[in-house]
Design a protein around this ligand. Structure first.
Ligand code: HEM
Length: 337
Protein backbone atom coordinates (compact mmCIF):
# COMPACT_ATOMS: atom_id res chain seq x y z
CA UNK A 1 0.00 0.00 0.00
CA UNK A 2 2.62 2.52 1.09
CA UNK A 3 5.64 1.33 -0.90
CA UNK A 4 4.02 -1.01 -3.43
CA UNK A 5 5.64 -4.09 -1.95
CA UNK A 6 4.49 -6.98 0.16
CA UNK A 7 7.35 -6.69 2.61
CA UNK A 8 10.91 -5.52 3.08
CA UNK A 9 13.73 -7.87 2.15
CA UNK A 10 13.56 -11.00 0.06
CA UNK A 11 11.25 -12.97 2.32
CA UNK A 12 11.59 -16.63 3.20
CA UNK A 13 11.63 -19.46 0.71
CA UNK A 14 8.15 -20.55 1.80
CA UNK A 15 6.80 -17.09 0.90
CA UNK A 16 6.67 -15.79 4.48
CA UNK A 17 8.30 -12.59 5.72
CA UNK A 18 12.05 -12.66 6.27
CA UNK A 19 14.25 -11.08 8.92
CA UNK A 20 13.96 -7.55 7.50
CA UNK A 21 10.16 -7.49 7.54
CA UNK A 22 10.01 -9.00 11.01
CA UNK A 23 12.46 -6.41 12.30
CA UNK A 24 10.44 -3.64 10.64
CA UNK A 25 7.06 -4.77 12.03
CA UNK A 26 8.53 -5.42 15.48
CA UNK A 27 9.87 -1.88 15.64
CA UNK A 28 6.44 -0.47 14.67
CA UNK A 29 4.79 -2.46 17.46
CA UNK A 30 7.35 -1.18 19.98
CA UNK A 31 6.27 2.36 19.06
CA UNK A 32 2.56 1.48 19.22
CA UNK A 33 2.94 -0.25 22.59
CA UNK A 34 4.32 2.97 24.08
CA UNK A 35 1.46 5.18 22.82
CA UNK A 36 -0.36 5.03 26.15
CA UNK A 37 2.63 4.75 28.50
CA UNK A 38 2.79 7.11 31.42
CA UNK A 39 5.69 9.53 31.13
CA UNK A 40 6.30 12.11 33.83
CA UNK A 41 7.71 14.64 31.37
CA UNK A 42 4.30 14.81 29.59
CA UNK A 43 3.21 16.74 32.71
CA UNK A 44 6.57 18.25 33.81
CA UNK A 45 8.20 19.00 30.45
CA UNK A 46 11.61 20.12 31.80
CA UNK A 47 12.17 16.57 33.07
CA UNK A 48 12.30 15.25 29.52
CA UNK A 49 16.10 15.48 29.42
CA UNK A 50 16.32 12.82 32.15
CA UNK A 51 14.20 10.30 30.20
CA UNK A 52 13.36 8.73 33.56
CA UNK A 53 11.28 5.86 32.18
CA UNK A 54 13.73 5.21 29.32
CA UNK A 55 10.90 5.55 26.79
CA UNK A 56 12.64 8.13 24.62
CA UNK A 57 15.61 5.81 24.18
CA UNK A 58 13.39 2.85 23.29
CA UNK A 59 11.27 4.82 20.81
CA UNK A 60 14.28 6.48 19.16
CA UNK A 61 15.88 3.07 18.58
CA UNK A 62 12.62 1.63 17.18
CA UNK A 63 12.06 4.63 14.88
CA UNK A 64 15.65 4.39 13.66
CA UNK A 65 15.07 0.77 12.69
CA UNK A 66 11.78 1.45 10.90
CA UNK A 67 13.18 4.53 9.14
CA UNK A 68 16.17 2.53 7.94
CA UNK A 69 13.73 0.61 5.70
CA UNK A 70 11.54 3.57 4.68
CA UNK A 71 14.12 6.29 4.04
CA UNK A 72 16.14 4.66 1.28
CA UNK A 73 12.97 3.88 -0.69
CA UNK A 74 11.59 7.40 -0.26
CA UNK A 75 14.89 9.10 -1.21
CA UNK A 76 15.28 6.86 -4.25
CA UNK A 77 11.67 7.41 -5.40
CA UNK A 78 11.86 11.19 -5.05
CA UNK A 79 15.07 11.28 -7.11
CA UNK A 80 13.66 8.89 -9.67
CA UNK A 81 10.61 11.09 -10.16
CA UNK A 82 12.72 14.24 -10.38
CA UNK A 83 14.91 12.60 -13.04
CA UNK A 84 11.75 11.61 -14.86
CA UNK A 85 10.49 15.18 -14.65
CA UNK A 86 13.86 16.71 -15.76
CA UNK A 87 14.00 14.38 -18.77
CA UNK A 88 10.43 15.49 -19.59
CA UNK A 89 9.44 11.83 -19.76
CA UNK A 90 5.82 10.84 -19.76
CA UNK A 91 4.07 11.52 -16.45
CA UNK A 92 4.77 8.76 -13.93
CA UNK A 93 1.63 6.88 -12.95
CA UNK A 94 0.94 6.80 -9.19
CA UNK A 95 1.39 3.22 -7.97
CA UNK A 96 1.10 3.59 -4.20
CA UNK A 97 0.60 6.12 -1.40
CA UNK A 98 4.23 7.24 -1.57
CA UNK A 99 3.69 8.28 -5.21
CA UNK A 100 0.57 10.18 -4.17
CA UNK A 101 2.45 12.06 -1.44
CA UNK A 102 5.31 12.94 -3.79
CA UNK A 103 3.01 14.09 -6.59
CA UNK A 104 0.82 16.32 -4.37
CA UNK A 105 1.20 19.88 -5.74
CA UNK A 106 -0.47 23.24 -5.17
CA UNK A 107 -2.25 25.18 -7.94
CA UNK A 108 1.12 26.56 -9.17
CA UNK A 109 2.62 23.10 -9.54
CA UNK A 110 4.85 23.48 -6.46
CA UNK A 111 5.22 20.25 -4.38
CA UNK A 112 3.09 20.45 -1.24
CA UNK A 113 5.35 18.29 0.91
CA UNK A 114 9.10 18.41 1.62
CA UNK A 115 11.03 15.11 1.77
CA UNK A 116 10.97 15.25 5.59
CA UNK A 117 7.21 15.77 5.55
CA UNK A 118 6.76 12.85 3.15
CA UNK A 119 8.85 10.67 5.48
CA UNK A 120 6.73 11.65 8.50
CA UNK A 121 3.49 10.99 6.63
CA UNK A 122 4.74 7.58 5.49
CA UNK A 123 5.62 6.68 9.08
CA UNK A 124 2.29 7.95 10.42
CA UNK A 125 0.28 6.00 7.85
CA UNK A 126 2.35 2.85 8.35
CA UNK A 127 1.83 3.01 12.12
CA UNK A 128 -1.88 3.70 11.69
CA UNK A 129 -2.38 0.72 9.38
CA UNK A 130 -0.18 -2.05 10.68
CA UNK A 131 -2.27 -3.40 13.55
CA UNK A 132 -6.05 -2.98 13.08
CA UNK A 133 -6.88 -5.14 10.03
CA UNK A 134 -4.51 -7.97 11.02
CA UNK A 135 -5.73 -7.99 14.64
CA UNK A 136 -9.35 -8.04 13.43
CA UNK A 137 -8.78 -10.95 11.01
CA UNK A 138 -6.83 -12.96 13.61
CA UNK A 139 -9.50 -12.61 16.33
CA UNK A 140 -12.34 -13.22 13.85
CA UNK A 141 -10.86 -16.52 12.65
CA UNK A 142 -10.11 -17.60 16.22
CA UNK A 143 -13.68 -16.88 17.34
CA UNK A 144 -15.12 -18.54 14.23
CA UNK A 145 -13.11 -21.75 14.67
CA UNK A 146 -14.64 -22.04 18.15
CA UNK A 147 -18.13 -21.43 16.71
CA UNK A 148 -18.16 -23.45 13.45
CA UNK A 149 -21.73 -22.41 12.60
CA UNK A 150 -20.53 -18.79 12.26
CA UNK A 151 -17.58 -19.91 10.15
CA UNK A 152 -19.92 -21.87 7.90
CA UNK A 153 -22.36 -18.97 7.51
CA UNK A 154 -19.51 -16.61 6.56
CA UNK A 155 -18.05 -19.08 4.07
CA UNK A 156 -21.48 -19.71 2.53
CA UNK A 157 -21.95 -15.99 2.04
CA UNK A 158 -18.63 -15.74 0.18
CA UNK A 159 -19.44 -18.77 -1.98
CA UNK A 160 -22.87 -17.28 -2.81
CA UNK A 161 -21.59 -13.78 -3.62
CA UNK A 162 -18.21 -14.57 -5.18
CA UNK A 163 -18.13 -18.30 -5.90
CA UNK A 164 -14.95 -20.38 -6.06
CA UNK A 165 -13.75 -19.49 -9.55
CA UNK A 166 -12.13 -16.17 -8.65
CA UNK A 167 -10.80 -14.42 -5.52
CA UNK A 168 -12.81 -11.88 -3.52
CA UNK A 169 -12.39 -8.34 -4.88
CA UNK A 170 -13.10 -4.89 -3.46
CA UNK A 171 -16.20 -4.69 -5.64
CA UNK A 172 -17.70 -7.61 -3.65
CA UNK A 173 -17.50 -5.74 -0.31
CA UNK A 174 -20.99 -4.16 -0.44
CA UNK A 175 -22.54 -7.66 -0.74
CA UNK A 176 -20.57 -9.24 2.11
CA UNK A 177 -22.82 -8.17 4.98
CA UNK A 178 -22.22 -11.17 7.21
CA UNK A 179 -18.43 -10.80 6.91
CA UNK A 180 -18.85 -7.13 7.87
CA UNK A 181 -21.03 -8.15 10.82
CA UNK A 182 -18.23 -10.48 11.99
CA UNK A 183 -15.72 -7.66 11.70
CA UNK A 184 -17.97 -5.21 13.56
CA UNK A 185 -18.25 -7.80 16.30
CA UNK A 186 -14.45 -8.10 16.48
CA UNK A 187 -14.03 -4.33 16.60
CA UNK A 188 -16.59 -4.22 19.44
CA UNK A 189 -15.20 -7.12 21.46
CA UNK A 190 -11.51 -7.25 20.55
CA UNK A 191 -10.37 -3.73 19.63
CA UNK A 192 -6.65 -3.48 19.06
CA UNK A 193 -6.16 -1.20 22.07
CA UNK A 194 -8.19 -0.52 25.21
CA UNK A 195 -8.31 3.23 24.54
CA UNK A 196 -8.57 5.59 21.61
CA UNK A 197 -5.56 7.71 20.81
CA UNK A 198 -4.88 10.15 23.66
CA UNK A 199 -6.44 13.60 23.11
CA UNK A 200 -6.32 16.88 25.03
CA UNK A 201 -9.52 18.87 25.57
CA UNK A 202 -9.30 22.32 24.02
CA UNK A 203 -11.98 23.92 26.23
CA UNK A 204 -13.95 23.32 29.41
CA UNK A 205 -16.79 20.85 28.83
CA UNK A 206 -19.43 19.04 30.83
CA UNK A 207 -20.36 15.58 29.60
CA UNK A 208 -23.08 13.52 31.32
CA UNK A 209 -22.69 15.71 34.39
CA UNK A 210 -18.88 15.35 34.58
CA UNK A 211 -16.83 18.52 34.34
CA UNK A 212 -13.76 18.13 32.08
CA UNK A 213 -11.48 21.15 32.36
CA UNK A 214 -9.62 22.54 29.35
CA UNK A 215 -6.22 20.84 28.95
CA UNK A 216 -7.30 17.44 30.36
CA UNK A 217 -5.93 14.28 28.81
CA UNK A 218 -8.95 12.46 27.42
CA UNK A 219 -8.85 8.70 26.83
CA UNK A 220 -12.03 7.06 25.55
CA UNK A 221 -12.35 3.46 26.67
CA UNK A 222 -13.06 1.22 23.70
CA UNK A 223 -13.76 -1.81 25.88
CA UNK A 224 -15.77 0.30 28.33
CA UNK A 225 -18.17 1.01 25.47
CA UNK A 226 -17.92 -2.17 23.40
CA UNK A 227 -18.24 -4.57 26.31
CA UNK A 228 -20.79 -2.54 28.26
CA UNK A 229 -23.52 -4.98 29.43
CA UNK A 230 -26.03 -2.09 29.63
CA UNK A 231 -25.66 -1.59 25.89
CA UNK A 232 -24.88 -5.10 24.64
CA UNK A 233 -26.68 -8.26 25.75
CA UNK A 234 -24.22 -11.12 26.46
CA UNK A 235 -21.59 -8.50 25.87
CA UNK A 236 -18.62 -10.87 26.13
CA UNK A 237 -19.98 -13.29 23.53
CA UNK A 238 -19.07 -13.15 19.84
CA UNK A 239 -22.45 -12.82 18.09
CA UNK A 240 -22.18 -11.22 14.61
CA UNK A 241 -25.99 -11.44 14.15
CA UNK A 242 -26.48 -8.59 16.63
CA UNK A 243 -25.24 -6.18 13.93
CA UNK A 244 -27.63 -7.37 11.26
CA UNK A 245 -30.82 -6.48 13.10
CA UNK A 246 -34.24 -7.48 11.87
CA UNK A 247 -35.03 -9.59 8.83
CA UNK A 248 -36.02 -6.42 6.91
CA UNK A 249 -32.55 -5.08 7.54
CA UNK A 250 -30.90 -7.72 5.36
CA UNK A 251 -30.92 -5.39 2.33
CA UNK A 252 -29.22 -2.66 4.29
CA UNK A 253 -25.49 -2.51 3.55
CA UNK A 254 -23.54 -2.77 6.78
CA UNK A 255 -20.50 -0.62 7.44
CA UNK A 256 -17.65 -1.11 9.88
CA UNK A 257 -18.01 2.49 11.09
CA UNK A 258 -20.32 2.77 14.10
CA UNK A 259 -22.14 6.07 13.78
CA UNK A 260 -24.14 5.65 17.02
CA UNK A 261 -20.92 5.28 19.05
CA UNK A 262 -22.23 2.16 20.82
CA UNK A 263 -18.68 0.97 20.31
CA UNK A 264 -15.64 2.67 18.81
CA UNK A 265 -14.40 1.39 15.50
CA UNK A 266 -13.06 4.45 13.70
CA UNK A 267 -14.35 6.98 16.25
CA UNK A 268 -16.08 10.25 15.27
CA UNK A 269 -15.32 13.90 14.80
CA UNK A 270 -12.38 15.92 13.56
CA UNK A 271 -9.75 13.50 14.89
CA UNK A 272 -11.48 10.33 13.86
CA UNK A 273 -9.73 7.80 11.65
CA UNK A 274 -8.86 9.30 8.27
CA UNK A 275 -8.40 5.81 6.84
CA UNK A 276 -11.96 4.68 7.50
CA UNK A 277 -12.84 3.75 3.91
CA UNK A 278 -9.47 2.16 3.15
CA UNK A 279 -9.29 0.38 6.54
CA UNK A 280 -12.78 -1.05 6.03
CA UNK A 281 -11.98 -2.38 2.55
CA UNK A 282 -8.64 -3.79 3.68
CA UNK A 283 -10.19 -5.61 6.63
CA UNK A 284 -13.14 -7.04 4.70
CA UNK A 285 -11.05 -8.23 1.74
CA UNK A 286 -8.38 -9.67 4.06
CA UNK A 287 -10.84 -11.69 6.16
CA UNK A 288 -12.99 -12.70 3.20
CA UNK A 289 -9.99 -13.98 1.23
CA UNK A 290 -8.69 -15.97 4.20
CA UNK A 291 -12.11 -17.58 4.63
CA UNK A 292 -12.61 -18.13 0.92
CA UNK A 293 -9.15 -19.61 0.44
CA UNK A 294 -9.00 -21.99 3.40
CA UNK A 295 -11.03 -24.31 5.57
CA UNK A 296 -10.07 -23.34 9.12
CA UNK A 297 -9.93 -25.60 12.17
CA UNK A 298 -8.06 -25.93 15.47
CA UNK A 299 -4.60 -27.54 15.25
CA UNK A 300 -4.58 -31.33 15.64
CA UNK A 301 -4.83 -32.40 19.25
CA UNK A 302 -6.57 -29.15 20.25
CA UNK A 303 -10.33 -28.88 20.45
CA UNK A 304 -10.67 -25.12 20.74
CA UNK A 305 -8.59 -22.03 20.20
CA UNK A 306 -7.46 -20.40 23.44
CA UNK A 307 -9.13 -16.96 23.35
CA UNK A 308 -7.15 -15.42 26.22
CA UNK A 309 -5.96 -11.87 25.83
CA UNK A 310 -2.38 -10.83 26.36
CA UNK A 311 -1.64 -9.47 29.84
CA UNK A 312 -0.22 -6.27 28.39
CA UNK A 313 -2.69 -5.34 25.62
CA UNK A 314 -5.76 -6.71 23.86
CA UNK A 315 -3.98 -8.84 21.26
CA UNK A 316 -4.34 -12.63 21.48
CA UNK A 317 -2.14 -13.92 24.30
CA UNK A 318 -0.60 -16.39 21.88
CA UNK A 319 -0.61 -15.66 18.14
CA UNK A 320 -3.29 -17.73 16.42
CA UNK A 321 -2.18 -21.23 15.39
CA UNK A 322 -4.75 -23.02 13.26
CA UNK A 323 -5.08 -25.57 10.46
CA UNK A 324 -5.75 -24.06 7.06
CA UNK A 325 -6.79 -26.44 4.26
CA UNK A 326 -6.96 -24.94 0.76
CA UNK A 327 -10.49 -24.94 -0.70
CA UNK A 328 -9.92 -23.37 -4.13
CA UNK A 329 -8.28 -24.56 -7.34
CA UNK A 330 -4.46 -24.50 -7.13
CA UNK A 331 -4.03 -21.85 -9.86
CA UNK A 332 -5.92 -19.27 -7.77
CA UNK A 333 -3.12 -19.30 -5.18
CA UNK A 334 -0.40 -18.58 -7.72
CA UNK A 335 1.51 -15.39 -7.02
CA UNK A 336 0.55 -15.62 -3.34
CA UNK A 337 3.14 -18.16 -2.18
C1 HEM B 1 -9.78 -1.51 10.44
C2 HEM B 1 -8.92 -0.55 10.22
C3 HEM B 1 -8.80 0.68 11.07
C4 HEM B 1 -9.41 1.00 12.27
C5 HEM B 1 -10.40 0.15 13.09
C6 HEM B 1 -8.94 2.32 12.65
C7 HEM B 1 -9.33 2.98 13.80
C8 HEM B 1 -8.83 4.20 14.21
C9 HEM B 1 -9.15 4.86 15.45
C10 HEM B 1 -10.12 4.32 16.51
C11 HEM B 1 -8.46 6.01 15.49
C12 HEM B 1 -8.43 7.01 16.65
C13 HEM B 1 -9.45 8.10 16.52
C14 HEM B 1 -9.48 8.98 17.74
O1 HEM B 1 -8.54 9.01 18.52
O2 HEM B 1 -10.48 9.67 17.92
C15 HEM B 1 -7.68 6.10 14.28
C16 HEM B 1 -6.87 7.15 13.94
C17 HEM B 1 -6.17 7.26 12.76
N1 HEM B 1 -6.20 6.37 11.71
FE1 HEM B 1 -7.21 4.61 11.66
N2 HEM B 1 -8.09 2.78 11.68
C18 HEM B 1 -7.98 1.81 10.70
C19 HEM B 1 -7.24 1.88 9.54
C20 HEM B 1 -6.53 3.01 9.13
C21 HEM B 1 -5.85 3.15 7.86
C22 HEM B 1 -5.85 2.10 6.74
C23 HEM B 1 -5.26 4.37 7.86
C24 HEM B 1 -4.43 5.07 6.80
C25 HEM B 1 -4.48 4.94 5.55
C26 HEM B 1 -5.57 5.01 9.13
C27 HEM B 1 -5.14 6.26 9.49
C28 HEM B 1 -5.39 6.85 10.71
C29 HEM B 1 -4.80 8.12 11.15
C30 HEM B 1 -3.81 8.96 10.36
C31 HEM B 1 -5.30 8.37 12.42
C32 HEM B 1 -5.01 9.57 13.31
C33 HEM B 1 -6.03 10.65 13.07
C34 HEM B 1 -5.78 11.89 13.93
O3 HEM B 1 -5.27 11.76 15.04
O4 HEM B 1 -6.13 12.97 13.48
N3 HEM B 1 -6.35 4.15 9.87
N4 HEM B 1 -7.93 4.98 13.50
Amino acid sequence: MMFNRRYFGEGKEDGGPGFEEEEHVESLFVVLQHLYSFTLSDYVPWMRVFDLEGHEKIISAAMKTANKYHDSIIDERVHQRRRHHDNKKEAHKDQDLLDVLISAKDENGVPLLSIDEIKSQCMDLTLATVDNPSNAAEWAIAEMINQPEILQKATEEIDRVVGKERLVQESDVPQLNYIKACLREVLRLHPVAPFNLPHVSTRDATIAGYFIPKGSHVLLSRIGLGRNPNVWKDSLKFIPERHIGSVDDHHHQLELAETELRFLSFSRGRRSCMGMALGSEMSVVLLARLLQGFEWSAPSGEEKIDLSESKYDLLMAKPLRARAKPRLAAELYQGYD
